[in-house]
Design a protein. Structure first.
Length: 400
C-alpha cells in the first residue's frame, strides 16, 4: 500500500537521517536514489513506492542534481522548510568539507589499503542499486505493459545516451502510460502531499531562478567583480545541466579551466578526490571555489561556489512542486505517471550496468562480493550501512 508523506516529523529527525546518508552514500547519484529508497521507503516508511517514484521522475526532468533534489523534497515533505534545508545540509556538507580539506592539503588514503576500501565502496553501490531496481520493479512494473515500458526505457537510455536519453525515456514513458495504463487497477488513491509551499511562493521561486540566471552575468560584466564572476559561473553550471553528477563536469571544466582560473591538473586532482568521498558529486564545487584564482578563495570561496551550484536546481524544484502536487492526482496524470514510473525503473536498470557496474565489477571477485551484498540486503535483510561496511573492508582483499 502506498503511503502519502503527510505525517510531519521533526527537523532534527530529518537532519540525523540525512547526515548518516551524507557520511555513507558512496557511488554517485543513481546509488543515492537506492540509498534513499531503502532508508525512507523500506525502513522508515516516510512515503510509499509510487510517491517516491513520482519524486524521482520529476527530479529527472528538472535541471540540477537529481539525487540532491529528491533529498531536499523528502526533507520538505517530512518537516517543512527547515526539514528541507537540514536535509540538504546534512547530505551535502560531509563531502564538501572533505573536499575542502583535500584542497587545503589534507592527506588522503593512498596505497593498496586505501584503493581497496574505495573500490569496496563502489562494489557496495552495485548491491544497493540492484536492490533498488529489484524492489521498484516489483512495485511499479506489476504487469506486462509496464514491464515493456521499463524495457523500452533501457533501450532508449542505451541508444540515445546521456541526460537527454533519460529525459527522452521518461517522456516516452509518460506517453506510453497515457495510451496503455489507463485501466491499471489495484492501486489505492494517492493522498495529497501536505506541502508547506504555496503556488504563489512557487511562482516567486521561478521568478528568482530566472532573474538570477539572466541578472548574474549582467552584474558580473558591469562590475568586473571576481566574486560575481564565480557566482555566475557556478550558478549557470547548476542551472543548465540535466542529470547532475558527472554530467556537470564538462560545464565546470569549461568555466574554470578554459577561463584560466585553474590548471587542468588541479581540476583532475579534485575530480579524483571527489570520487572517493560520499554524497553528491556537485560538492566538487566546494573544492573548486577554494582553489580558484578568482573570487575570495579558501572557505569563503568554497561556500559561495557550493551554494551557487545547488541553488538553481532547488529553486526550480520549489517552483514546480506546488503545481505538481495537484497535477499528479488527475486521472490522466496518474495514467501518465504509471508509465513514467516504469520508465524510471528502466533508467535505474540501465544505470546499474553503466556507470555503477562497469566502474566496480572488474573481475569475478568483485562480482562475488556484489552478489553477496545483494543477498545480504534482500534475503537476510541486513541494514545498508552494515553491508557497505562489510564490502568496503572486503574490497581490500580483492582490490584490482
Amino acid at each position: 500500500m502506498s503511503r502519502s508523506p503527510s505525517h510531519r516529523g521533526r527537523p532534527l529527525e530529518v537532519f540525523q537521517a540525512f547526515l548518516f546518508l551524507g557520511l555513507t552514500s558512496f557511488g554517485g547519484p543513481i546509488a543515492h536514489l537506492g540509498y534513499f529508497r531503502h532508508e525512507f521507503v523500506t525502513r522508515r516508511h516516510w512515503l510509499g513506492e509510487q510517491d517516491y517514484a513520482d519524486l524521482v521522475a520529476l527530479c529527472q526532468f528538472l535541471p540540477g542534481p537529481a539525487s540532491s533534489q529528491v533529498g531536499f523534497a523528502l526533507g520538505l515533505l517530512r518537516a517543512g522548510p527547515w526539514g528541507a534545508l537540514l536535509a540538504w545540509m546534512a547530505f551535502t556538507l560531509p563531502s564538501a568539507l572533505l573536499l575542502v580539506a583535500f584542497a587545503l592539503g589534507a592527506s588522503r588514503l593512498e596505497g593498496t589499503v586505501g584503493a581497496g576500501l574505495v573500490h569496496g565502496l563502489k562494489v557496495a553501490a552495485v548491491a544497493i542499486v540492484a536492490q533498488a531496481v529489484w524492489g521498484m520493479a516489483r512495485g511499479l512494473c506489476p504487469d506486462r505493459r509496464r514491464a515493456g515500458i521499463a524495457l523500452a526505457a533501457v533501450f532508449t537510455v542505451v541508444v540515445v545516451g546521456g541526460p537527454f536519453g533519460q529525459v527522452m525515456a521518461i517522456l516516452a514513458g509518460l506517453l506510453a502510460g497515457l495510451a496503455l495504463c489507463r485501466s491499471a487497477g489495484g492501486e489505492p488513491p494517492r493522498a495529497p502531499w501536505l506541502l508547506p509551499v504555496s503556488r504563489r511562493f512557487g511562482s516567486v521561486a521561478m521568478a528568482a531562478f530566472l532573474l538570477l540566471l539572466a541578472g548574474l552575468p549582467l552584474l558580473a560584466l558591469a562590475t568586473t567583480s571576481p566574486t560575481l564572476d564565480l557566482l555566475d559561473a557556478f550558478y549557470r553550471a547548476g542551472a543548465l545541466v540535466f542529470g547532475g553528477g558527472h554530467v556537470v563536469l564538462p560545464l565546470l571544466e569549461a568555466e574554470v579551466v578554459q577561463s584560466g582560473w585553474l590548471s587542468s591538473d588541479a581540476f583532475l586532482a579534485g575530480y579524483g578526490a571527489a570520487q572517493a568521498v560520499p554524497g553528491p558529486l556537485f560538492t566538487f564545487a566546494a573544492y573548486l571555489g577554494s582553489v580558484l584564482d578568482t573570487g575570495p578563495g579558501g572557505l569563503a570561496g568554497a561556500a559561495l561556489a557550493l551554494v551557487a551550484i545547488f541553488v538553481p536546481g532547488l529553486l526550480l524544484l520549489v517552483a514546480v512542486l506546488p503545481f505538481w502536487n495537484t497535477l499528479r492526482h488527475w486521472a490522466v496524470a496518474q495514467s501518465a505517471m504509471r508509465g513514467a514510473n516504469a520508465a524510471v525503473v528502466g533508467i535505474l536498470g540501465a544505470a546499474l550496468y553503466h556507470p555503477v557496474w562497469t566502474g566496480a565489477i572488474l573481475g569475478p571477485e568483485q562480482f562475488a562480493l556484489a552478489l553477496a551484498g545483494f543477498l545480504l540486503l534482500v534475503r537476510w535483510q541486513l541494514p545498508a550501512w552494515a553491508v557497505v561496511g562489510l564490502l568496503s573492508v572486503s574490497g581490500i582483499v580483492v582490490v584490482p
